[in-house]
Ligand binder design. Structure first.
Ligand code: PAN
Ligand code: ZN
Length: 194
């Protein structure tokens, strides 16, 4: 590697309350229309979309080359809300390179991490401010906002991990998180088949 290939070390400021990363970050957003087939209650989805297309979450990413050896850092701001009685959630994905892990640190709000493996493993872990959750290689991951304020978390993962949304778009996750009688409950996904 020549000297001109070397990156300079850098710092970035992250607002620990709202998750905004200052500086040369990339930002992307997802609306309900981007994941309308992922919620249980399709009628509720259509009803909401008839009048508005709510912003479900935003992701800020610090730009580094998406290469082996690099680390990607991002924050996700997942807004509060429900579709029917199912809480707002991220799409969820496997990493394209299945043997890459990820860590999430909850900064504010509260929620859950849902995980699954291709051979039927699954889990649901609570996330509250200051709690770190580790997603080992081979586990797909989705987050769910079960609170009434934005759920904000910081993530770090390998630069060459990539995102594979395909199978999750088709099969979802084994577990779903609902509000029932004012309580947050983790249920088996009735539509899920391996
Ligand atoms: C996170 C996620 C982010 C949004 O940065 O990409 O929370 O979720 P979806 O990508 O599932 O829409 C991450 O896990 N990166 O690998
Ligand atoms: Zn990931």
């Amino acid at each position: 590697m020549s000297d001109s290939d070397l990156m300079d070390p850098f710092g970035r400021d992250i607002d620990l309350e709202n998750g905004i990363i200052e500086g040369a970050s990339e930002k992307w957003t997802r609306y309900l229309s981007d994941m309308k087939n992922m919620y249980q209650n399709r009628e509720a989805v259509e009803e909401i979309l008839d009048s508005e297309d709510p912003l479900l979450y935003e992701v800020y990413e610090i730009s580094v080359p998406k290469e082996s050896g690099q680390l990607l850092h991002c924050t996700t701001i997942l807004y509060p809300g429900k579709v029917g009685n199912e809480y707002y959630m991220t799409k969820g994905h496997y990493h394209e390179r299945r043997d890459t892990a990820e860590s999430y640190l909850c900064l504010s709000g509260r929620g859950y991490l849902l995980t699954q493996t291709e051979d039927g493993g699954s889990d649901a872990l609570r996330m509250v401010p200051g709690r770190l959750v580790y997603i080992p290689p081979y586990w797909a991951h989705r987050t769910v906002n079960t609170g009434d304020e934005p759920f904000v978390f910081f993530g770090v993962y390998p630069g060459d991990a990539g995102h594979d949304y395909g199978s999750i778009e088709e099969i979802g996750f084994p577990k779903i998180i609902l509000e029932e009688d004012g309580e947050t409950v983790v249920r088996k996904n009735p539509d899920y088949e391996v």
